[in-house]
Write a protein that binds this ligand. Structure first.
Ligand code: BGC
Length: 475
């Protein structure tokens, strides 16, 4: 599933356009992830007013989807093995579509929390299945770009949700009804989910899964559509069959193999780190942060949020273009330094107090945007990429399940603690804490994270299983 595998040997091979169409369609699943990350920031204020709920309940509304996603990610390995990757994605898109409409009609806050949990299950399933599917249909030389495409879709999903929230809160003619605003915001994302469902109908099933189910002929047909030559099809059929003969024995490895556990440790740590950067503090609570920074009107706050979303999309291209050229680690060092400095500066400005100064408000927001650039060019895509590269083939399903679930758990923890941190520690200290930990993570990369650019997955796995230090398994 890695980016670097046999890049040299396949670099100059032209791929059939079909594989890109299929990859793009599947990457759309990232939109589900992004839409629901993004939609709540603009809706929360309206929901809180409409239901008259305290910050405890507000945090639950934000985080219910994350606990659901964790359950979805944990069960997706099993479901996608049983029903196939395609059907799992279809179910996720269908549940998301129906769930979004349900959220729009929710009569009480508790009902909304329960439905957002169900939506979360769909998103969690998609967040496991889509990168897996992408890795199974991509030729090795474009795998990295394909997985980054998934992250790009997440960011586009977030931006689209921010835009639609902004339109609905500031421009659409919904009268003065507070409820109307948030109900439209949550309901309208059923539309892209439905389009995604239609797109998924045309996806071919993953050849790897077909072979897993002994459907040799169908697997061959799919590969013929997405590979450029017959010899490539034959070679890949043989490779997959060899892989499949190695039964998944993740749990056995987890309990009996300390080398495998080291990879699990790395995957968990990277996802914890990605979330503890504090990215979702901004994604979920952006309008609130703009308010804290002195932007008083809803329109200012919403447009500020849209700019955050746009920068998040654009800066992701930095990673896409650099990941296979300068490697994962240099990008992580640069990104985390940028994040550390900018988050600390946001904290300092808040701590000094804005005292109504417009200039300081802009300084705070400038650093906040710089933080987004730091994240989108590094931790955003690269963590997902490395997490698909470090597990040996016979433990990959379990490894990816554990790291994906970790992403959602810590995501939830950040979401449920942010407002409380603001209340008890103050905004300045909260951001200073987030800023401080970014620097600690750089030390972690130095000691534990391998450079995996241009290395075959087999080589990474054999280095790992032979006991090489984690930071050296890419050499
Ligand atoms: C993270 C999400 C985050 C998003 C922001 C993803 O890689 O896993 O939690 O909201 O990036 O773009």
């Amino acid at each position: 599933m890695g980016i670097g595998d046999d890049i040299q040997s396949e670099k100059h091979q032209t791929q059939k356009p079909m594989v890109y169409i299929v990859g793009f369609t599947c990457a759309l699943a990232g939109l589900l992830f992004g839409l629901d990350v993004g939609v709540i920031s603009g809706a929360l204020e309206f929901i809180a007013k409409d239901f008259g709920i305290d910050i405890g309940k507000q945090q639950l509304i934000v985080s219910a989807i994350l606990w659901g996603a964790m359950c979805g990610a944990v069960t997706a390995g099993f479901v996608s093995r049983l029903l196939g990757r395609k059907l799992t994605l279809l179910i996720a898109a269908a549940v998301f579509t129906i769930g979004s409409l349900g959220c729009a009609l929710a009569p009480t806050a508790d009902f909304l929390i329960a439905l957002r949990f169900v939506l979360g299950v769909a998103v969690g399933m998609a967040s496991f299945t889509a990168p897996l599917y992408l890795s199974e249909i991509s030729p090795q030389s474009v795998r990295g770009a394909m997985i980054s495409l998934y992250q790009l879709m997440i960011t586009i999903g977030i931006l689209s949700a921010f835009l639609s929230d902004t339109y609905l809160s500031a421009y659409a003619d919904i009268g003065n009804s507070v409820g109307g605003h948030w109900r439209w915001m949550l309901g309208v994302i059923a539309l892209p989910a439905m389009l995604m469902f239609i797109g998924f109908i045309f996806l071919p099933e993953s050849p790897r899964w077909l072979l897993l189910k002994n459907r040799v002929k169908s697997a061959q047909q799919v590969l013929t559509k997405i590979r450029s030559s017959r010899s490539e099809v034959a070679r890949e059929m043989a490779e997959i069959e060899k892989d499949i003969s190695l039964k998944q024995k993740g749990f056995h490895l987890l309990f009996h193999n300390s080398n495998f556990r080291r990879a699990v440790f790395l995957g968990i740590s990277l996802q914890v780190i990605q979330q503890l950067t504090g990215i979702n503090v901004i994604m979920y609570y952006a309008p609130k942060i703009f308010k804290l920074a002195g932007f008083a009107t809803t329109i200012e706050q919403m447009w500020g949020t849209v700019i955050v979303g746009l920068i998040n999309v654009l800066a992701t291209f930095i990673a896409i273009t650099l990941v296979d050229r300068i490697g994962r680690k240099p990008i992580m060092y640069i990104g985390f330094t940028v994040m550390g400095i900018s988050m600390t500066m946001v904290g300092v400005v808040f701590k000094l107090g804005l005292d109504g100064s417009q200039a300081l408000s802009y300084v705070a927001i400038g650093f906040l945007l710089l933080f987004i650039i730091g994240f989108a060019m590094s931790a955003g895509p690269i963590v997902w990429v490395i997490c698909t590269e470090i597990y040996p083939i016979d433990g990959r399903d379990l490894g990816i399940t554990i790291s994906t679930a970790t992403n959602w758990i810590v995501n939830g923890l950040v979401a449920v603690t942010f407002l409380t941190m603001l209340k008890h520690l103050g905004s300045g200290n909260t951001f200073l804490i987030y800023g401080g930990v970014e620097f600690l993570f750089i030390i972690f990369f130095l000691f534990f994270v391998p450079e995996t650019k241009g290395v075959t997955l087999e080589k990474i796995a054999s280095n790992l299983m032979n006991g090489k230090r984690l930071r050296d398994i890419g050499r």
